[in-house]
Ligand binder design. Structure first.
Ligand SMILES: Cc1ncc(C[n+]2csc(CCOP(=O)(O)OP(=O)(O)O)c2C)c(N)n1
Length: 797
């Protein structure tokens, strides 16, 4: 490794030799500290104080070099190897790192996830406690890490794309808390093996097309756990495989760089120039960081001796970046071996102290619980000596537990309550037990959605105003008029997706609006649902309000992974540090054939807890749902009725103001004989069936649930059931899909079973997808005759 002192121009301090020397030694110290964290972290897992460890050893120098050019306003979308980057950027302390390793749930201890994520899954705060976006343009920002490999890629695209939106939208220039003219880079890190995922390729292609300030760093340590890159990557080299994406003077594309993980000076030099270019020009870059080692192997789950050859292990020892840094520093006379060893000793001590501090802080509140619980249990009065001895043993066992957990305290209290139900102290113990249960609920089960004023459930209802002489228009025209007003009114709103821009979406909701509001705000995208979702995620995290279109509900599957793994968990996994108010607009339910009539609502409500799932029966309701979502910080998906765009609706006059309350069903027809619960397109079939049944004097009450997540929060359905004593759930999902979910909500959570006179029923589509054509629809999805026949049976029962 050659001395490249001329490459050190990134800091004014570096201009003097003393400044240069101080920087090099500070960097070495950070690298050594981070390495010590990895070594001690692994030991904590192996000795049983933590469950699982995954660390960044071998990647220290690269991350120190990267962190030098990570500026306030920038974002990182990375993965679990980046502890050194976090330390070097001043965004994590060693104590916080260990707090996360111990899964410490107490506020502030693990400031990345509140003890909810495995170690090395970082985040910084994006929103304040009232849900307002912080001055992200002046902070270094870490979007919350997720474990699914390459999952960070699609979000990274959106974080970078947001810079483009800020730069190209004059009305956003005043939001200088969120951006300084779009000069923010998204740093994205990924392991070499994870580039095998489609997420990587779709992101790189989209970035090359969109020209966004995305900097992707691929750490190439040659393996994905045990599988070598020969089995992962064409030509066993990601930079070779990417060559066709290389930007040329007259094309779009990306710039590709190759650096070595042990070459501190070389990396600093390349990163400095290349990242400035990304910032200025928005041309994306990929940095292939080669010759990375992994001294401790992949994670605490196994040892790399199982799959690396003796030669490889020897090579890794020789090319360890810390060893090479030391050689370079001494060879260039910057410091002696002894000086560096002293530094290493200092950081060893420091890491030990911070680790111990984290452990003590983690243990302290549990010890207080142990103390209180053992006192309570030990002093429970009972007549039976055996029971008494049993209680004393329980208390002593808990007291003797050196590494007690919250569950151990509850377990002991529960056992004591079971053993001594007649003790006079029973109620006191029970009260403490319940108090701890409530505390732990807050620690472990909260924040799935926003809980403060930015919760969608807190949005006040405003009814649509439809004067008697309101014009009757096609459903799509309701949306078109609404979106026109919305885009004129709110500069943070963007809409994009396949065919959304130039033609204004396949059903004309945005027809004519790109021309009016600009191609920077209403955009076409490639056919790439996964990164369409990612594009929206990144924008939403940065305080914009994307309406992200998935052309047909059937194709949501392509974008489901980031919705489920990332969006649905953002608020929960950061314990409210970050919100992702992404709006997915899509259209579904019955139309034609196997792939244009999907209504996979059961799949969605199971995969998307953490996202509101809205199923409007018409476009007027859909508009109210968009308004509710835009007033909140919660993410939501709105499934418009694919067969509803040309149905006639009355146009409200207060399009931008009215809201639909979430979790509040609407009784669309009053009746006394049977409650029929449905939503979306099927509702119209139900209405037809009810109309015809009324001639047989069967009086149906029809309820539109409006939102599946949340579901009937005020229990209006059971109130209807109390009146009718019969209930049927109808939709066009598979048997046991969303109808089973609604059934459980009403029977179990609302206690509906108490009010039944006859067996409750569900009517659904068939298990297979519909054949093409109207007959395919009729014989596959619920039809009016089928609904009538089930209701007649129920009335006769
Ligand atoms: C979608 C998904 N598949 C599998 C895994 C299990 N897994 C975790 S890390 C890993 C290997 C990743 O290797 P690489 O991308 O090279 O990163 P490294 O860990 O070597 O830094 C695998 C297969 C996962 N987390 N997510």
């Amino acid at each position: 490794m050659e001395a490249q002192t001329n490459s050190m121009s990134y800091s004014n301090d570096m201009l003097s030799y003393e400044g240069f020397r101080a920087t090099v030694l500070a960097d070495y110290k950070t690298a050594a500290l981070s390495r010590e964290v990895s070594l001690l972290g692994r030991r904590e897992v192996l000795t049983g104080k933590a469950k699982f460890g995954i660390f960044g050893d071998g990647k220290e120098l690269a991350q120190i070099a990267m962190a030098k050019f990570f500026k306030p306003g920038d974002f990182r979308s990375g993965y679990y190897r980046d502890q050194t980057f976090m330390f070097a950027s001043g965004l994590a302390t060693v104590e916080q790192f260990f707090a996360q390793l111990y899964a410490d749930p107490i506020e502030g201890h693990d400031p990345f996830s509140g003890g909810r994520q495995m170690v090395s899954h970082f985040a910084t705060k994006f929103v304040d406690d009232n849900g307002n976006w912080l001055d992200l343009a002046n902070r270094k920002n870490i979007s919350s890490d997720i474990a699914p490999t390459a999952g960070q890629m699609v979000r990274a695209l959106g974080l970078a794309f947001a810079s483009k939106c800020f730069r190209n939208t004059p009305a956003l220039q005043q939001l200088d808390n969120l951006s300084h003219n779009g000069s923010e880079i998204c740093f994205c890190t990924i392991g070499d093996a994870s580039t095998s995922e489609g997420h990587f390729w779709e992101t790189i292609n989209a970035a090359g097309v969109l020209q966004v300030p995305l900097a992707v760093f691929v750490y190439d340590d040659g393996y994905g756990i045990s599988v070598p890159k020969a089995h992962q990557t064409t030509k066993a080299s990601i930079s070779e495989a990417l060559k066709g994406f290389q930007k040329k003077d007259d094309t779009n594309g990306i710039n590709i760089y190759r650096v070595k993980a042990w070459d501190y000076a070389g990396m600093c030099e390349v990163f400095e120039d290349a990242l400035q270019k990304v910032r200025d020009t928005h041309i994306p870059a990929v940095f292939h960081i080669e010759e990375v080692t992994q001294p401790q192997g992949h994670s605490t789950s196994g040892s790399h001796e199982r799959y690396k050859t003796a030669e490889r292990l020897e090579w890794e020892r020789e090319w360890d970046c810390l060893k090479k840094a030391k050689e370079w520093i001494t060879a260039n006379g910057i410091a002696t071996n002894e000086e560096l060893d002293t530094l290493s000793e200092e950081v060893k001590e420091l890491v030990k102290q911070e680790k111990n501090a984290a452990w003590e802080k983690y243990l302290l509140p549990i010890q207080a619980q142990v103390q209180h619980a053992t006192t309570l249990v030990g002093s429970m009065m009972v007549n039976d000596i055996d029971v008494y001895n049993h209680l004393q043993k329980m208390a002593n066992d808990l007291k003797g537990n050196k590494e007690p957990m919250r569950r151990d305290v509850l377990h002991t209290l529960a056992l004591a309550l079971e053993a001594a139900p007649t003790s006079p102290n029973y109620e006191e113990v029970k009260t403490y037990y319940n108090q701890l249960l409530a505390e732990n609920k807050q620690l472990y089960n909260s924040h799935l959605y926003n809980e403060g004023i930015k919760s969608a459930l807190k949005v006040q209802e405003t009814k649509p105003f439809i004067p008697f002489d309101a014009p009757t228009v096609n459903g799509y025209e309701v949306l078109n008029k609404y979106f026109d007003e919305l885009f004129a009114n709110n500069p943070k709103v963007f809409a994009f997706g396949e065919d959304v821009g130039y033609i204004g979406d396949v059903n004309q909701g945005f027809s004519g609006l790109q021309e009016k509001h600009g191609a920077n705000r209403i955009l076409d995208t490639g056919i790439r649902e996964l990164t369409i979702v990612g594009q929206g995620i990144g924008m939403a995290l940065r305080g914009l309000r994307p309406i992200t279109e998935i052309q047909y509900l059937d194709y949501l599957l392509y974008g489901l992974q980031p919705l489920s793994d990332d969006v649905a968990t953002t608020h929960f996994r950061t314990r409210g540090l970050q919100s992702c108010p992404l709006i997915i607009r899509t259209r579904g339910h019955r139309l034609e054939g196997i792939w244009h009539s999907g209504s996979s609502m059961g799949m969605m409500i199971n995969a998307l807890r953490g996202i509101h799932v809205c199923v409007p029966r018409n476009m007027v309701q859909a508009v109210g749902m968009y308004n509710t979502l835009l007033l909140s910080n919660d993410p939501g998906i709105v499934v418009e009725c694919l067969n509803g765009y040309r149905l006639k609706e009355k146009l409200p006059t207060n399009l931008l103001e009215y809201t639909v309350p979430f979790g509040v069903p609407e009784i669309v027809k009053q009746g006394n004989d049977i409650t029929v619960v449905s939503y979306g397109s099927t509702l119209r079939i139900v209405q037809e069936a009810a109309e015809r049944l009324s001639k047989e004097t069967i009086d149906c009450e029809i309820i539109d649930v409006q939102t599946l997540l949340p579901f009937d929060i005020h229990h209006l359905i059971v109130a209807s059931l109390k009146k009718t004593n019969r209930i049927v759930f109808v939709d066009e999902d598979v048997p046991g899909g969303a109808t089973a979910y609604m059934y459980r909500e009403v029977m179990e959570l609302q206690g509906g079973y108490k009010w039944l006179d006859v067996n409750p029923r569900t009517i659904t589509a068939k298990a297979h997808r519909p054949s093409y054509g109207s007959d395919g629809d009729y014989f596959s999805k619920p039809n009016a005759e089928e609904i009538m026949s089930v209701i007649r049976e129920m009335m006769a029962e």
